[in-house]
Design a binder for this molecule. Structure first.
Ligand SMILES: NC(=O)c1ccc[n+]([C@@H]2O[C@H](COP(=O)([O-])OP(=O)(O)OC[C@H]3O[C@@H](n4cnc5c(N)ncnc54)[C@H](OP(=O)(O)O)[C@@H]3O)[C@@H](O)[C@H]2O)c1
Length: 259
């Protein structure tokens, strides 16, 4: 029987590469994001290069009813996902008081709201059909408060916390939850977050989305709970546990600063 994976944010960056890796592993795919053309191009390429069966659905997961429309699409297509990849996410760079409240709201609705609702709506069928795997994309931002990108860091702390707790709850019932925490990665994220001048990205060697995707999918397949990409990132994520929160927040603010 065909194994299905649903990947959100598959039109570019890390999500596109996760879709590629899953296609290489023989999964049929439901690919979603807002960008219809980019989804279509990816589906065609995966069908041509890998013989992968792909369904695409273009929608805004942060908009009211977006997640429900995706769940309806999946049900009407008769698809039962064995793998759910909650990758779609956005960043907003800047001090909280200076950022457009609408952009902050859109980020919370996507990074927190859509990820939570999609998981809640797809989980019952996953449990009924004997299990599955969930891969949530958080960030190294999840490990400490982030002045200069406060809501983004907080949204990823939520994803980390939720994923760890759900893995405890669901593992005995056959569903594993892996949370992938990439560091700065070369994708469209930097420009959509308007973070080009941040020390997080400027002049730094960025990870390749392909490597992050391979690492994340391998961790998901092993059922690893928390997967931090990159050795230095792993050391920092561990080190920050022993630092006073005040110091951790100050250090993150320094790393996010505008150059
Ligand atoms: N790049 C980094 O440095 C980095 C580091 C750590 C964690 N991450 C996380 O990695 C994940 C993927 O980001 P990325 O770096 O690959 O960035 P990206 O290149 O900007 O990709 C984001 C993906 O999410 C989709 N998306 C954005 N808003 C959406 C919405 N409202 N509804 C549906 N889909 C939406 C985008 O497609 P459309 O625009 O076509 O909708 C795109 O496919 C995010 O959760 C991000 O927070 C990124």
């Amino acid at each position: 029987m065909k194994k299905w994976a649903l990947v959100t944010g598959a039109s570019g960056g890390i999500g596109l590469e996760i879709a590629r890796v899953l296609a290489e592993k023989g999964y049929a795919l439901v690919l979603t994001a807002r960008g219809e053309d980019a989804l279509g191009r990816l589906a065609q390429a995966l069908e041509r290069e890998r013989g992968a069966h792909c369904l695409t659905v273009a929608l805004d997961l942060g908009a009211p009813g977006g997640v429900d429309a995706l769940v309806r699409f999946v049900a009407e297509a008769g698809v039962q996902p064995n793998v759910l990849v909650n990758n779609a996410g956005m960043g907003v760079y800047g001090r909280f008081a200076d950022v457009d409240p609408e952009r902050i709201q859109a980020m919370v609705d996507l990074n927190v709201g859509a990820l939570t609702r999609l998981t809640a709506l797809l989980l019952p069928a996953m449990l009924k059909h004997g299990g599955g795997r969930i891969l949530n994309v958080a960030s190294t931002a999840a490990f400490q408060p982030g002045p200069g990108m406060a809501v983004y860091f907080a949204s990823k702390a939520y994803v980390l916390s939720l994923s760890e707790a759900l893995d405890v709850e669901l593992r005995p019932r056959g569903v594993t939850v892996t949370v992938l925490c990439p560091g700065a990665t070369d994708t469209g994220f930097m420009s959509s977050a308007r973070a080009e001048r941040s020390a997080l990205f400027k002049g730094r060697r960025l990870a390749k989305a392909r490597h992050v995707a391979q690492y994340g999918v391998a961790a998901m397949e092993r059922g690893q709970r928390v997967a931090v990409h990159g050795q230095l990132n792993r050391i920092m994520a561990l080190g920050v546990r022993f630092a006073p929160r005040r110091l951790a927040a100050a250090m993150a603010g320094w790393m996010v600063r505008e150059l």
